[in-house]
Design a protein around this ligand. Structure first.
Ligand SMILES: Nc1ncnc2c1ncn2[C@@H]1O[C@H](COP(=O)(O)OP(=O)(O)OP(=O)(O)O)[C@@H](O)[C@H]1O
Ligand SMILES: [Mg+2]
Length: 250
């Protein structure tokens, strides 16, 4: 695998209950880029992410994450890989009994031997990155939806993962909060050199953040390439998706 690839998927085929959900899926994500996985509801986007995270056993195909063949890892290697992945789910639920700061510090306290005062400093810095320093001592129930997402993002990046997975991070946000979330993702890429693999339906986000697009239609990759090329694609599903955006622009 070329070193600049953070994810490489080849011939991934997967079934649930004898129904084929992913069909010979191949794509890659490059280091330092934001790769967006697109596709209609049920097209298999989350299932791809779950495979990459090792949450679904690989039955057919080949997956490399950060240069490691995930089907061929010892338990130690698995843990070490897992600790290098930031994960930011759609319902990036924080623990309600802990403060925002404690939530963000949780991965550091669980997986590192960093002394407490230093953890607090790191947490303050991460909360600063998402503009939530003032929420350190607040509880999740006291935060708005957009603030909760930002806090969940701070937690996902607590360990400085070189690779961040996001599954619909912007779902349910108003356009302004969405834009600020996109800017945060761009900052992570530009300032920290993080690579991002993101599932989203928000066309405005795609325009702002995507370097590379992988379009899934009923479990098959029907397009892979730049946003510019995606907008020119003749593939019916890709064309339909971007025509909605063009109509919004008018
Ligand atoms: N654990 C499971 N058991 C059985 N079927 C599943 C399971 N997980 C997903 N599926 C099926 O796989 C297909 C793809 O699901 P997936 O969650 O990957 O879609 P998606 O592209 O993420 O959709 P959405 O945009 O709605 O989140 C769906 O038909 C779904 O019902
Ligand atoms: Mg999904």
């Amino acid at each position: 695998m070329e070193p600049q690839k953070v994810v490489e998927v080849k011939g991934l085929t997967a079934s649930f209950d004898e129904k084929e959900i992913l069909k010979d899926v191949s794509f890659s994500a490059k280091k330092g880029e934001v790769t967006v996985i697109l596709g209609g509801s049920g097209s298999g986007k989350t299932t791809v992410l779950r495979h990459l995270l090792g949450l679904i056993p690989l039955t057919q195909g080949h997956i490399e994450v950060l240069g490691k063949d995930i089907s061929n890892l010892t338990e130690d290697e698995q843990l070490s890989l897992y600790l290098q992945l930031g994960v930011f789910y759609q319902n990036g639920a924080l623990l309600n009994s802990l403060t925002v700061g404690e939530n963000v510090g949780l991965p550091l306290n669980q997986h590192s031997k960093i002394p407490k005062p230093l953890v607090e400093e790191i947490v303050t810095m991460k909360l600063g990155l998402v503009n939530l320093e003032y929420a350190y001592h607040m509880f999740p129930s006291q935060l708005s939806g957009g603030m909760l997402k930002r806090a969940a993002l701070a937690r996902a990046i607590a360990m400085d993962p070189p690779l961040l997975f996001c599954d619909e991070p912007g779902a349910g946000l108003d356009p302004i909060s969405l834009e600020s979330l996109d800017n945060l993702i761009l900052n992570l890429k530009n300032l920290l050199g993080m690579s991002v693999l993101m599932v989203t339906h928000e066309v405005s986000s795609i325009m702002r953040v995507a370097d590379h697009i992988v379009y899934l239609d009923e479990g098959k990759v029907v397009f892979e390439g730049t946003v510019e090329n995606a907008m020119k694609s003749d593939e019916p599903s890709v064309k339909a998706f971007f025509s909605v955006f063009r109509n919004q622009q008018k």
